[in-house]
Design a protein around this ligand. Structure first.
Ligand code: ARG
Length: 254
């Protein structure tokens, strides 16, 4: 496992080195008038495609509000989760807002903004299924590949840890009985249950994660601009309004 972790770090670090300075600085972005924003599009209610095949969600609203605050026109690009930070360092977008937990590991490859929300992981299972860490022992657990959910699930000594390209894939397998429990974000779990009317139980959040936007490693002027715009929308009521719309409460870190 150690080796694998090492390898993925190496790939991320080498990826960013060989593509050094592929990013646009904030003055360059300003001059162009538009900002390219990367997200995934498979993580409701944060970022997903609606029936009209348009991106929507909390991340999208926050990204748009930040672009507006900076006086820029947002241009969205959807990208697969597992290679999104590599694509960021290659200059495919100016910043990423896709509900990335700020981790030491990732911070070696990219630079994170201040957290734009705080959340926690939950255990989701069918009625009668595992709901506590103790009950997870020896069970088959599912989690999205390359997420903090996957890392988090390992400590429970599952019989098997099944990983999925996207979160919705894991829900599918939970409903089919192919996994005993799904580890995911608390808001994502509630949304999956509500929107599809599923009969599933959700544990209390088991940890705390700080979620940030990311810029290419070293893109410090853009990082500062994003942090300032975030502070401004958190101060002027725009953030609160967006958070209320999606969650009925303010999910900023306290
Ligand atoms: N917060 C978790 C992580 O950073 C999961 C995020 C999943 N986001 C997504 N767009 N699928 O690993």
């Amino acid at each position: 496992m150690r080796k694998l972790l090492w390898l993925s770090t190496l790939v991320l670090v080498l990826g960013s080195l060989s593509m050094a300075q592929q990013y646009r600085t904030f003055p360059e972005i300003k001059q162009s008038g538009k900002i390219l924003i990367g997200t995934e599009g498979q993580f409701p209610p944060f970022n997903y495609f609606n029936d009209k095949n348009q991106l929507e969600g909390f991340d999208i609203d926050i990204g748009n509000a930040i672009a507006e605050q900076l006086g820029l026109t947002p241009e969205w690009k959807a990208h697969a989760w597992d290679t999104m930070l590599i694509a960021l360092n290659q200059g495919r977008f100016d910043f990423v807002i896709a509900s990335h937990t700020i981790t030491e590991e990732r911070a070696k490859a990219v630079d994170f903004t201040n957290p734009y929300y705080c959340t926690g992981n939950v255990i989701v299972s069918r009625p009668g299924g595992p709901q506590t860490p103790e009950e997870l022992k020896g069970k088959v657990i599912g989690a999205q590949l390359g997420t903090t959910f996957e890392e988090f699930a390992k400590q429970f000594e599952p019989k098997q840890l099944k990983t999925y390209q996207t979160n919705p894939d894991a829900v599918q397998d939970l409903m089919m009985g192919r996994i005993d429990a799904w580890i995911t974000d608390q808001f994502t779990a509630l949304e999956a249950i509500k929107s599809r009317g599923l009969n599933l139980q959700v544990s209390e959040p088991l940890n705390k994660e700080e979620i940030g936007m990311a810029v290419a490693k070293g893109n410090s002027l853009l990082l500062a601009a994003l942090n300032q715009a975030l502070a401004e929308i958190q101060a002027n009521g725009v953030y609160e309004q967006i958070s209320m719309k999606w969650f009925g409460k303010d999910i900023r870190c306290k």
